[in-house]
Design a binder for this molecule. Sequence first.
Ligand code: ZN
Length: 409
Amino acid sequence: MAETIIKVDLKQSAYENDKIHNRWHPDIPMAATVKPGDDFIIECIDWTGGQIKNDDDAADVRDVDLTQVHFLSGPVGVEGAEPGDLLVVDILDIGTFDDSQWGFNGFFSKQNGGGFLTEHFPEAQKSIWDFSGMFTSSRHIPSVEFAGLIHPGLIGCLPSKEMLETWNKREQELVDTDPERVPPLAAMPYGDTAHMGRMSPDDAKVAAAEAARTVPPREHGGNCDIKDLSRGSKVYFPVYVEGGGLSVGDLHFSQGDGEITFCGAIEMAGWIHLRVNLVKDGMSKYGIKNPIFKPSPITPKYDDYLIFEGISVDEQGKQHYLDVNVAYRQACLNAIEYMTKFGYSKAQAYAILGCAPVQGHISGVVDIPNSCATLWLPTDIFDFDIQPNADGPKKEIDGSVEVPLAPDL
Ligand code: ZN
């Protein structure tokens, strides 16, 4: 068995573990060093650092401190890695801890984080998902079970100093266009809750003031939340600093395309088994600016879908010009409305779209003025027939079970 080079203790605060960090900065010291060709295991806490509990109360989702996220394990230095190289990462396996066979999904309050459909779901809610081997189901969402397409939501290499400055500049310019917006347009550096890994306290204080938050995906990959970057994938990451500095976290047992619920997918603590190699000077050789990857040869087999279309006309009937964001939102809302006809609450349906192996596709972006997006709902995750027929929908779901709701502040 490969060596576990980063261990976590789920009972310990993330801030007490110096092989964890929650910001991007080129000077965060390597937590471990490996050689090209090595394979090794990294343990990860969940992205919130244990803020969300396995219970039936969504107050923890409502009150979550989002300045603490995401807690990442690393950075791992790779001998010989230099700026301009590609770091080749084979995701050999991902697993759960024996004593943590569960994960969570939630909707953040509009006042604290929001989500893709926050105008429709402004209050905090959460569902707990239990794992049975490769399958998962939730006591809060009846009649649904599916196989996990397990993956890291967040993985990437440390940015260079120049890249960090570029990120901070462009994101601040965006925030400045509407500084009072709730939720904000971007998450800017915030030193108070920064965890800078093994940096000395004095250095950490200075660096934390400019260290990038981990929320968005960026050129290095980062928080891409790509469900298909699952165990068995091979990823090619751009390298910006000596040693690369690979960090990983935000493990998901499963997720729908878009991670639309934002608190997140099915979020979990667990371990990831990786192998690293280098393509020297690979960025210019292959013209690579953002990571590329090959999917796993093994994925859950869901090949029958009910597909919901959405166009870029919003809920108020306003016409938007080729806006894929609006179109995907309509596809999601259409799927939610449909599922309610079988007895699901809107919140249960929304949670299913965030957690299940739902596909999202950009189907058309040229037919003015409407783009078309589609939401692919796998039919086999339900223990009843969810397809339309001449008799109309049968109410299948017991309405006494609900996704717990936290009163808004
Ligand atoms: Zn996540």
